[in-house]
Design a protein around this ligand. Structure first.
Ligand SMILES: [Zn+2]
Ligand SMILES: [Zn+2]
Length: 145
């Protein structure tokens, strides 16, 4: 008998020191199944799984899971926050200026944190936040309005 190499969502929550609730399990699954979802989309995904949950409770659970490192929050300037389950790999995003579509981009060059600061002022840098801005294919073609 060998231990299962893949922990369940509940075990991951427990491992991160969080109290396990049905709402938190549903929220983590919703974020992981989704693609950079906003809070409203996450709330509706959680409701599909466990029934009614207030937006406030969704915010609180997102905060707890983000603080525990299970969920990553990205907040492109001028757009509402999005959440994703791909954490810890220092990947970046391309954001459409027009419609706000977000896609993943792997670490720009080499290993994290991608960029070498000209002067690190003695800081131990472990992350570089890079956002590429532009127009997505839908927005860059054939929009005549
Ligand atoms: Zn777009
Ligand atoms: Zn991402």
């Amino acid at each position: 008998m060998t231990a299962s190499p893949t922990p369940t969502t509940a075990e991951e929550l427990r491992g991160a020191g969080l109290r396990v609730t049905a709402a938190r399990v549903a929220l983590l699954e919703t974020v992981r199944d989704g693609d950079h979802l906003g809070v409203e989309a996450i709330a509706s995904g959680v409701r599909d799984r466990v029934g009614h949950i207030s937006l406030q409770a969704v915010y609180e659970a997102l905060h707890a899971l983000t603080a525990a490192g299970l969920v990553r929050r990205i907040e492109p300037a001028g757009h509402p926050a999005r959440f994703e389950g791909r954490v810890g790999d220092n990947h970046h995003h391309i954001v459409c200026r027009s419609c706000g579509a977000v896609v993943d981009v792997d670490c720009a060059v080499g290993d994290a944190p991608c960029l070498t600061a000209a002067n690190d002022w003695g800081f131990a840098i472990d992350e570089a936040e890079v956002v590429y801005w532009g127009l997505c294919p839908d927005c860059s073609t054939g929009r005549s309005s």
